[in-house]
Design a protein around this ligand. Sequence first.
Ligand SMILES: *Cc1c(COP(=O)(O)O)cnc(C)c1O
Ligand SMILES: [Zn+2]
Length: 410
Amino acid sequence: MDKVLGLKCRECDRKYPKEPLHVCEFCFGPLEVDYDYEAIKKSISRQSIEDGPQSLWRYIDLLPIDGEPTDGLNSGFTPLIRAKNLGDALGVKEIYIKDDSVCHPTLSFKDRVVSIALSKSKEFDFDTVSCASTGNLANSVAAHAAIANLNCFIFIPADLEVGKVVASLVYAPTVVGIMGNYDDVNRLCSEIAGVHPWAFVNINIRPYYAEGSKTLCFELIEQLGWEAPDHIVAPAAGGSLITKIGKALKEFQLLDLIDEPQTKIHVAQAEGCGPIVNTFKDNSDFVKPVKPDTIAKSLAIGNPADGIYAVNTVKESGGVGEHANDEEIIEAIQLLAATEGVFTETAGGVTLAVTKKLIENGVIGRDERVVVAITGNGFKTIEALEDNMPEPHIIPPQLNAFRKLMSNIA
Ligand SMILES: *Cc1c(COP(=O)(O)O)cnc(C)c1O
Ligand SMILES: [Zn+2]
């Protein structure tokens, strides 16, 4: 079955072959994968998916590779946690955490997109993979490239968190730190892509890569017993995840896997870098680039590639955009840890802090079902919390000392 017809321009619908292309020659619009849904409908069912592997590849019929998957065989299918303690704390009845902080192998949702990008890059016969990254993508591309025995070049802003830098270097790629922000890194990479015939997962492979984000939404629907929730709150950097959550809901409905979803998709960004959310706050029709200044570095993209598509996806669903400041981000990280035992990075703090606001201001009803997309792991951004934690109690190894401590803290 040839389920992928090719690529299609999102603006002018002009068709392109299945090649490592990402922009329309005609109108410079972004290209997107074009599926033959009639053909897919004949082979896909809830049962066929449930019989598939315990990874994101259970949705292979809706992923743009031609052969068998060769990368990310253990990625995806992360827990959906029924968060009772968190629900009590926030005063909402039914809240779930989609926990991509434990996605295999690099503990962020980027392992989803990279699984598709590298499987596809191998189909295209690239021997070198690369990316422009705010950190998590770098970790993931480096790890997956190591598994696949591919050459790997990583480009990141030079001022990333130590955890994110080390978690790329350990896989032994070539890591290049750029003196600038992500938008500078991305611009440079577009130029390098013109000179070196490499698979830049989020540039020339982007149409394929981006499809991997859909699997986060496919999974949470399946995990809810094939029901779409009332609300999904998700973070945005480049805006791809948000856009693809919208696409995933539409595809499952189109293929009769779920009833017509009423899901409102809400977008969360940091106050210090919220170009997508700003369009909601300013009631504007275009995404105005900003200069990032936030502890949520994984979301610090000032000029988001899919910004306007993310805005349209959220609006169409009836959702809203909301910010969180640095203090609220840290509070939310602590709240999630203290209630559910999930230690998320700053991006997760943004998403939960925004969820809290949406419950407080009534956008999310207290009886409604809400899923919060927690997309990264707190062990990578320890420094964001360091100054907000109490010191451990240091004592000599003597029972008396412990007795004394207990009487002091009692
Ligand atoms: C990259 C990233 C996102 C957002 O991804 P986009 O698709 O670029 O909007 C969200 N959370 C984390 C932790 C990320 O690393
Ligand atoms: Zn076009």
